[in-house]
Ligand binder design. Structure first.
Ligand SMILES: [Zn+2]
Length: 338
């Protein structure tokens, strides 16, 4: 059943997704005065500090839950990697948007940008549901963005892939406005290319600074009634540097939120016209030392396990193991095997 839109409140909606930010980290930043914009928002509304993510709490699965309202079993997006029994191959979306898009193998790039939304996502997205009810959307960087409008690839280097590759399509489907760095943009904003945010050292323009700049533009114009702006760099920083770095990054995120609020005429004005939601997709546990990692390659009690990007249930293999952060999927050749 699709959720009904309440007719009593005709405000537009701004949804900010802050990837990987823990509630206690955000709360401490607000308490210490390091997140004044988000603190003011929480003070003007309601803050819920005990939300739980889906399992496994991995970005593709968790963002799919946000965009569809369904757990991984319903969205079809179970993690950043899974094993396709029908095709007999691993499907890897990649865990980190930035690294995938900057230089990931072409198949991972294809899986992340094309396959995940087009082929694997089983449930309608918020953009599709709203469109059917006459409400259009804008999406900045969010990985789950399927919608009724076609967006052509804008980057020449990707167009180059198209000539020789059969994997990448010429366009993707998204909401009426869709932005993903220099790859996809519904209209020229002046924010793209090497003159855009991040200068020469950017990953084809896909970074939080760019998301904030596009978000400002969309809010200044009140471009669409539903606007989703996604900030992913806090997740990567936490993976690499741990929770203290996440805590520092929250101040940066707050600066972006402040800019968005200002672009809409300030928080009070914004809240007159928009319902504003800020959510994270999951948190992070403290980094583990390497010796605490579980070695899946040695198998489980004599089960011959295949592992890695080319893993398959070929001859001599009892199971395929697919790590997803601190969880792993185990696909057994014989379901009776325990
Ligand atoms: Zn995430």
């Amino acid at each position: 059943m699709e959720p009904a839109i309440q007719t009593g409140d005709r405000r537009q909606v701004l949804l900010l997704v802050l990837d990987g930010i823990r509630p206690d980290v955000m709360r401490a930043a607000i308490r210490d005065g390091d997140a004044p914009a988000l603190g003011a928002l929480a003070g003007a509304g309601e803050a819920v500090w005990d939300c739980a993510s889906v399992f496994p709490s991995i970005t593709p699965a968790a963002t799919a839950a946000i965009a569809t309202g369904r757990p991984p079993s319903g969205s079809g997006i179970a993690g950043h990697a899974w094993y396709d029994r029908r095709e007999g191959e691993m499907v890897i979306y990649g865990a980190k948007t930035e690294t995938v898009l900057a230089g990931g193998p072409i198949r991972v790039f294809h899986n992340h940008v094309w396959r995940m939304n087009r082929d694997d996502l089983l449930a309608p997205t918020v953009f599709e549901v709203l469109h059917r009810q006459g409400v259009e959307g804008a999406c900045v960087h969010f990985p789950i963005r399927r919608g009724p409008y076609e967006h052509p690839v804008r980057m020449r280097s990707v167009e180059g892939y198209l000539l020789g590759g059969r994997l990448l399509g010429r366009s993707v489907e998204g909401p009426r406005e869709y932005y993903l760095g220099d790859l996809f943009y519904s209209r020229h904003t002046g924010l793209n290319g090497f003159m855009g945010s991040g200068g020469l050292h950017r990953s084809i323009g896909i970074n939080d600074e760019y998301a904030a700049a596009v978000g400002e533009l969309l809010l200044e114009e009140e471009a669409e009634p539903f606007t989703l702006v996604y900030f992913f760099q806090g997740d990567q920083i936490s993976h690499r540097e741990g929770l203290a770095a996440q805590r520092r990054y929250v101040s940066r995120l707050d600066g972006y939120a402040g800019r968005l609020f200002a672009a809409a005429g300030g928080l009070d004005d914004l809240l007159e016209r928009y319902a504003v939601l800020v959510v994270s997709d999951h948190g992070h546990a403290p980094l583990l030392p390497r010796r605490s990692h579980v070695d899946l390659s040695s198998g489980f009690r004599g089960i011959r396990t295949s592992l890695g990007p080319r893993a398959s249930l070929g001859p001599g293999t009892d199971a395929v193991a697919v790590p997803n952060g601190r969880a792993a999927f185990l696909y057994l050749r014989d379901p009776e095997l325990t």
